[in-house]
Every structure is written in structure tokens, then in C-alpha cells.
Unconditional design. Structure first.
Length: 254
């Protein structure tokens, strides 16, 4: 069941989104070769708690042990931070983070290439195209549209650039719970599914890979990797459908 949010609830989600965005920005300003993913996790937790929020990933389903997901190279999503995971120049690093404020959630992700040296052309293109796919998906979020318009926009950009998309995972509704209805596929034909209406808040998150679309979950029960070891990238924003279009609640641009 889709839960539509009131203006007051969206106002709370706007705060949760800002706290989430600020935590990601804090990590982006510090990420460098030689850091560990546990270092980044601590930065994010300090940022969220310092703003009065609660890390929403920590103890998710009673088992997730960290504030962020930090996924490197062939890890698509849900990589667990560790003091043993030392970042190297050229690593493709996806940072996924969420925060709760006054009972409501924000959720966002970004992928960067670690270090200042020029990245490999393949990695650079993968990250750029995945972000472009998110931008195209956000443009499709408007009242009167259909849910499948979002996935169709992602698919057009990603596959048009010669990449593949994760099939098993996708975007989702968000509110008091991190994952609510509807599930949002990152592929498909436009013009199908529920109508996009003001009050709908969703997390849109393309996950794009260089190689096969097949995935597997590691023995930790969380980390999702590409089955063929190819690179992956992941971007995400929390977005509210408004009367005039949409609002990105996790924007880092302001």
C-alpha cells in the first residue's frame, strides 16, 4: 500500500533529507586514499548525530552494523564498512546513507572515484552515466506520470551507453519506514503502474554495471556484488512529488 505524505510530514522528511545530504557531503570532503571505510562511517555518524538525527541504517533489521553502506569496485550495494578496508587511488566507491528525524527518513547515495589522479576511462564513464541516469529518472517524477516512467528513463540512459542494470534491486517508497511501497524497477516500459501524485515520496536509485546484470550476495549476508567481478556504480536521492513537479529532499546543492 502506498502511503502518501502530508505537507507537515514532507517538512519533516525535508529535514531528514538535509541531515542525510550533509552526512554524505562530510564524507565526500574527507574521502582519500589511505582512509578506511570505517573512518567514513564514523564521519557520517558524527554528522548525523550532531544534527540531531538518528542513523537509519544502523541496526537495520536488527543486524546491519553500521551507519553507511560503503561499496567498492565490484560491490554494488550494502557493503559493510570495516577498519580493514583501506581505500586506494582509483577505487570506485559508493556511499549510501540514511537518517531519521522526528520519525521520518531520508536516503541518498553517491559514487566517487577515490584520489586525484585521472580515473580509468571505463570507471569515469560508468560513474557519469549512472549519475545521468538518476537525473533522467528525477526528470520523470511529476504529477500525472506513471511509476514505470522512472525505470524507463534509467534504462534508456544506462543501456544506451552500453551498460547493464541490476534487476533484483531498485528504488522504493520512503517515509516512517526506510522501505515502503512502491518498489521501483530500474528498467521497463513507460506509462505503466500507479500514477505519480503529490504526496508520494520515493527513493530513486539506479545501480549500473559494466558487465553482466547478474549479482550475488556475499557470506556476510549484506554485500551485493557483480557476479562477473565488473565495476558497479550507485546514485540515489529521496524525492517528493509536488503539485508542480518534484522536490529533491536530499539535494546537496544548497
Amino acid at each position: 500500500m502506498i502511503i502518501y505524505k502530508s505537507p507537515d510530514e514532507i517538512a519533516k522528511m525535508r529535514v531528514a533529507g538535509r541531515i542525510t545530504a550533509d552526512a554524505i557531503q562530510a564524507m565526500l570532503e574527507r574521502v582519500a586514499p589511505g582512509m578506511t571505510t570505517a573512518d567514513l562511517d564514523a564521519i557520517a555518524e558524527d554528522s548525523i548525530r550532531g544534527a540531531g538525527g538518528i542513523p537509519s541504517f544502523l541496526d537495520y533489521k536488527g543486524t546491519y552494523p553500521a551507519t553507511i553502506c560503503a561499496s567498492i569496485n565490484d560491490e554494488i550495494v550494502h557493503g559493510i564498512p570495516s577498519a580493514k578496508r583501506v581505500l586506494k587511488a582509483g577505487d570506485v566507491l559508493s556511499l549510501d546513507c540514511g537518517a531519521i528525524w522526528d520519525g521520518f527518513q531520508g536516503d541518498s547515495a553517491v559514487t566517487v572515484i577515490v584520489g586525484d589522479q585521472p580515473p580509468s576511462p571505463e570507471a569515469d564513464k560508468l560513474v557519469r552515466v549512472t549519475e545521468d541516469a538518476l537525473d533522467a529518472a528525477i526528470d520523470a517524477v511529476r504529477p500525472g506520470g506513471r511509476l514505470s516512467d522512472i525505470g524507463a528513463a534509467i534504462q534508456q540512459v544506462a543501456e544506451g551507453a552500453g551498460f547493464t542494470l541490476v534487476r533484483e534491486y531498485g528504488g522504493h517508497g520512503i517515509g516512517r519506514a526506510m522501505h515502503e511501497d512502491p518498489f521501483i524497477q530500474n528498467f521497463g516500459s513507460p506509462g505503466r503502474g500507479p500514477e505519480l501524485k503529490p504526496g508520494l515520496v520515493i527513493a530513486v536509485e539506479p545501480m549500473v554495471m559494466l558487465g553482466s546484470h547478474e549479482t550475488k550476495v556475499l557470506a556476510d549476508g549484506w554485500t551485493v556484488v557483480t557476479a562477473d567481478g565488473s565495476l558497479a556504480a550507485h546514485f540515489e536521492h529521496t524525492i517528493a512529488v509536488t503539485d508542480g513537479g518534484h522536490e529533491i529532499l536530499t539535494s546537496r546543492s544548497s
